[in-house]
Design a binder for this molecule. Structure first.
Ligand SMILES: Cc1cc2nc3c(=O)[nH]c(=O)nc-3n(C[C@H](O)[C@H](O)[C@H](O)COP(=O)(O)OP(=O)(O)OC[C@H]3O[C@@H](n4cnc5c(N)ncnc54)[C@H](O)[C@@H]3O)c2cc1C
Length: 499
């Protein structure tokens, strides 16, 4: 099965698990990563009688889950939802997996309610309304004092605490321990010391994506740089741990990434508010356009698919050998500048760390937003072609006056001309909300080896090795965290104990 003996066991020459010469802690189930999926798996396995330990490399955990938008896919029409998802997901995701995902996702609202959460419908509709059965894509969110994601995280952490589930924080899992019976624990680092944990039932990897691992992004995503809006400690550790014991990988080139700003002061990016999307509040003003490095528009800004816009930004110019939309720019005028913050403070890791000014003045002063008295001067400051940018803005303004249809097909009611100087621009980048790659799992949450066989006693949940490929339906990630957290928690709890 492609597993090698833990090196100490090899040295001892004994094959029995009890021969593992030294361990600091024994538990039934070890969960690596305390974000949404790890918390759900822990609660589930605990409630089925397993002794559970969670390792988390940061002080508090929460991962991307705590800073997300908090929308959770919870379909009600089981057959319709399966057909809709079948049309979005690749064939590597088999029908059985879609079925179990839809079944558990349809129960997730009740599961959260049973934990004490107050779950309400989310007003946002399907991402791809033209697809058959899109009406089955219902979303929900957790109500409370904070944002939807903070409320969700509170329900989960309260449940973990009430159950007395042990969490080792500031503890970095580094390596899985395996022998011929499968995965039997992990090696971690806590306060600079090595901690060896032995498991009677197995390990669940719940360490999130690789949004902050430059090496993995360079290898697997189509362009660089691609920044991230979420938790900086999501560095693909689970991928390396699973690979080192023979796991296969899937969806490594897939992700969801809206438009954001990246400034040198912070490692994380900040989500743009100048986005027209059913997912988010309307922008403070419609007076803006997106242009590429040269000053050309390239997209209908009123119909941008929020999570998939990065596909458009990563287009490669095969003649000039250039990613000519990385970065792109948002161009706007003083009316838009005065209409409200052009960034969102309600999602992403910037929450609580940086509050964008209401009039965008502070960000102009910092040099994050370029300002110019004329379009010509703006082009020169951003190194765009002057004629191209002038033409672009002239044509956009003509369509606002009703003289012509917009060349990109932008909806008329969203076109406000750019007339009032000064003019502004800010660089925009693809900014990940999630990567989808990682160890391939089956419909039971078991990690598969390079030959498609389950690696005994190893499970993965959540964003790490997600079933989502390059087409992503919003709300699907948190649904996967809860669904596969529950599935893997159930399956691991029912495994026979090694001791
Ligand atoms: C801004 C933003 C908005 C989003 N909005 C939505 C939305 O509305 N709906 C939706 O469905 N999805 C949304 N997503 C995506 C979704 O939040 C994530 O895919 C999901 O929360 C991932 O959960 P997880 O449990 O897999 O990982 P995470 O919640 O990221 O948790 C992983 C944890 O593992 C820890 N960890 C990593 N490596 C180790 C290690 N070696 N040892 C110990 N611990 C480790 C990390 O520190 C982290 O705490 C959004 C994401 C972002 C960033």
């Amino acid at each position: 099965m492609g597993l090698s003996l833990d090196s100490d066991s090899q040295k001892s020459g004994q094959k029995d698990l009890l021969s593992i010469p030294r361990y600091d802690k024994i538990t039934d189930v070890l969960i690596i990563g305390y974000g949404g999926s790890g918390a759900v798996a822990a609660i589930t396995a605990h409630d089925l009688g397993a002794d559970v330990l969670i390792l988390e490399k940061t002080a508090e955990g929460g991962g991307n889950t705590r800073v997300s938008g908090g929308g959770i896919l919870c379909p009600k029409d089981m057959v319709g939802a399966q057909q809709y998802l079948r049309s979005l997901l690749g064939r590597e995701v088999d029908d059985g997996m879609i079925k179990i995902y839809v079944k558990y996702s349809s129960e997730n609202a009740d599961w959260l309610t049973n934990l004490g959460g107050i779950v309400e419908p989310h007003p946002v509709g399907p991402d791809f309304p033209a697809k058959p059965h899109s009406a089955s894509m219902i979303r929900c969110r957790v109500k409370g004092q904070g944002t939807s994601s903070q409320n969700l995280w509170k329900v989960l952490t309260d449940a973990v605490r009430q159950r007395g589930i042990e969490v080792y924080s500031n503890t970095l899992a580094k390596q899985l321990l395996a022998n011929e019976r499968g995965v039997v624990g992990a090696l971690a680092e806590q306060d600079g010391k090595e901690v060896r944990i032995f498991t009677r039932k197995g390990v669940i990897l719940a360490c999130g994506g690789f949004e902050y691992d430059e090496g993995l992004k360079q290898c697997f995503l189509p362009a660089e740089p691609i920044f991230a809006l979420g938790n900086p400690s999501n560095t693909g550790d689970g991928i390396r741990m699973a690979q080192s014991i023979g796991s296969s990988l899937w969806h490594m080139d897939s992700a969801a990434a809206p438009i954001g700003y990246k400034v040198p002061e912070f490692p994380w990016a900040i989500a743009s508010a100048l986005v027209i999307s059913p997912f988010i509040d309307p922008p403070p003003s419609y007076g803006f356009i997106y242009v590429d490095k040269h000053g050309r528009r390239f997209i209908n800004e009123s119909d941008v698919e929020y999570h998939m816009v990065w596909k458009s930004l990563t287009t490669f110019d095969a003649v000039n050998l250039d990613y000519h939309r990385i970065p792109s720019y948002i161009v706007f005028d003083d009316v838009t500048r005065r209409s409200g913050p052009i960034a969102r403070s309600s999602i992403g890791f910037n929450q609580g760390s940086y509050r964008w000014s209401n009039d965008n003045e502070a960000e102009i002063q910092k040099g994050w937003i370029q300002v110019a008295e004329s379009v010509e001067q703006l082009a020169s400051k951003t190194k765009m072609q002057v004629n191209t940018l002038q033409d672009t803005i002239r044509r956009f303004n003509e369509s606002a006056n009703g003289e012509k249809d917009d060349e990109m097909g932008r909806r008329r009611e969203t076109i406000i001309p750019l007339m009032t100087p000064p003019f502004y621009s800010i660089k925009i980048w693809p900014c990940l909300v999630s990567t989808h790659g990682g160890p391939k799992r089956d419909s039971e949450g078991r990690v598969l080896d390079a030959y498609g066989k389950p690696i005994p006693r190893l499970f993965s949940v959540g964003e790490l090795g997600s079933l989502w490929g390059s087409v992503y339906q919003g709300g699907g990630m948190l649904a996967e965290c809860i669904s596969f957290g529950r599935i893997a928690g159930e399956r691991i709890a029912e495994l026979p104990s090694l001791m």
